[in-house]
Design a protein around this ligand. Structure first.
Ligand SMILES: *[C@@H]1O[C@H](CO)[C@@H](O)[C@H](O)[C@H]1NC(C)=O
Length: 427
């Protein structure tokens, strides 16, 4: 029963993704991003369900008389179904119980966390499941307690689902890091599956990673991630492991570490991203002995403010595999320490020397349309540091990067060839 609609959904979504590149993903101004976010927060569940149905109809258009459109949606509300009240100290077990007793029993059900402020003090396993919506209208506040590492919301082993609703998940990361060992911090949300969508939610100050999305055919969009100093590592905004066709668009990330980190990619589209304070749009690191599998990545329309890096491809000397076919386009940067860097020995864990020969092949990477300023150091705005022959067909167009304080250090090039910069030898 499930198999056929799933296959249909998949192929139609592929079409939708392709169409999305042409229509839906034109440059949006930050102003529009803000409006879209605010507008959604005031939407009712019904509006959201209608929007969702439209999406389903679009995807399933040829299937006339789709039974799901004539059935009423089951709303599994944590107040009505689980008895949560304003004095509940931990909604975690209630959410999990409503998930089991209501959501899993009715295809297409909506797990609703209604408006209000809900404390959460435990890990919540929302899997495995097919066809459901997690509708977070209220705000969740992670209690600073020794809950241990791992995701608070675990949405793995599931397909055809959506997480939305306009609410904010406050992670209280700063208090966590002050109180507990850094290695034992929870992350906020982990997704893994096929054909899912995460949108119109806000994640604030995760103790560790904010949002990790793995799998294929997923979309993460209209997301706000916020956090305040002091910043520490491993507090990435969005981490991606994409097996096939994934997209991220309209996101505003303020984090202590990477803004968007791509660990694995077979077709990733990123559009309209605003990054503050943390790290880069990065590819890597894949770990000291890791193997990269990254291809067909397009990142367009990014503004970076006060960050460690703009685009950073980072690998260890012993990394293997490939990174190929990547386009980074229309970046505006402001006070960024490493605006463009490809480094095959980036010095994580002190492993900084290039070895010969390297096992990682980086090729066909284009940087097109970078403007703004780096930081006020003498570090060059473009650094390519590769094993001999490790980086080829690296292309630059429309690069207008200055340094603060009027310095103009020369680009640093090692082991790379390509076009578009005077210091870069042709291949
Ligand atoms: C993105 O977040 C930053 C930091 O909170 C904020 O200053 C900026 O206005 C936000 N951008 C939009 C478009 O809302």
């Amino acid at each position: 029963m499930h198999l056929f609609p799933c296959l249909l959904t998949l192929s139609l979504q592929l079409l939708a993704l392709q169409a999305g590149t042409a229509i839906g993903l034109e440059a949006r101004t930050p102003h529009v991003l803000r409006r879209a976010y605010t507008k959604h927060t005031s939407r009712s569940v019904q509006d959201t369900r209608d929007a969702l149905k439209t999406t389903h109809q679009e995807r399933a258009a040829p299937e006339v008389g789709d039974p799901s459109s004539s059935q009423s949606t089951t709303i599994c509300d944590i107040v009505d179904q689980g008895g949560a009240t304003s004095s509940t100290l931990d909604v975690g077990p209630i959410i999990e119980q409503v998930f089991k007793s209501c959501v899993k029993r009715s295809s297409g059900a909506v797990l609703r966390v209604p408006a209000g402020d809900w404390p959460i003090a435990s890990h919540v396993i929302l899997n495995p499941c097919e066809d459901f919506t997690f509708q977070m209208e209220g705000n969740l506040h992670l209690t600073v307690a020794n809950v241990g590492g791992g995701p608070i919301f675990d949405f793995r082993y599931s397909n055809n689902f959506r997480v939305t609703g306009g609410g904010t998940f406050f992670g209280n990361g700063r208090a966590f890091r002050d109180k507990y060992a850094l290695k034992d911090r929870p992350r906020l949300m982990l997704f893994e599956g096929t054909n899912y969508e995460v949108d119109h939610i806000r994640l604030d100050d995760a103790p560790m990673y904010h949002l990790t999305a793995r799998g294929s055919h997923f979309k993460v969009h209209d997301i706000v991630i916020s956090s305040k100093p002091p910043y520490v590592g491993t507090t990435d905004g969005i981490d991606l492991v994409c097996e096939e066709q994934c997209s991220v668009y309209s996101a505003n990330v303020t984090s202590g570490d990477e803004c968007l980190s791509i660990k694995k990619a077979h077709g990733v589209e990123v559009q309209d991203l605003e990054c503050h304070n943390g790290g880069a749009v990065s590819i890597g690191s894949a770990g000291p002995d890791g193997t990269f599998e990254v291809e067909d990545v397009r990142v367009k329309g990014v503004s970076m403010h006060n960050s460690q890096a703009g685009v950073y491809i980072k690998a260890y000397p012993r990394s293997r595999g490939y990174i190929r076919g990547c386009l980074f386009q229309d970046f505006t940067i402001d006070d960024v320490a490493h605006p463009i860097e490809i480094n095959q020995a980036w010095c994580g864990h002190g492993e900084c020397s290039l070895s010969e020969p390297g096992g990682l092949d980086i090729s066909d990477i284009t940087f097109d349309g970078f403007k703004g300023s780096g930081d006020d150091t003498t570090r060059p705005p473009v650094i390519l540091r590769c094993h001999s022959g490790g980086c080829h067909d690296i292309n630059f167009k429309n690069i207008d990067l200055a340094k603060k304080g009027g310095r103009s250090p020369k680009p640093q090039m090692q082991g790379a060839c390509g076009a578009g910069l005077a210091a870069l030898p042709a291949c």
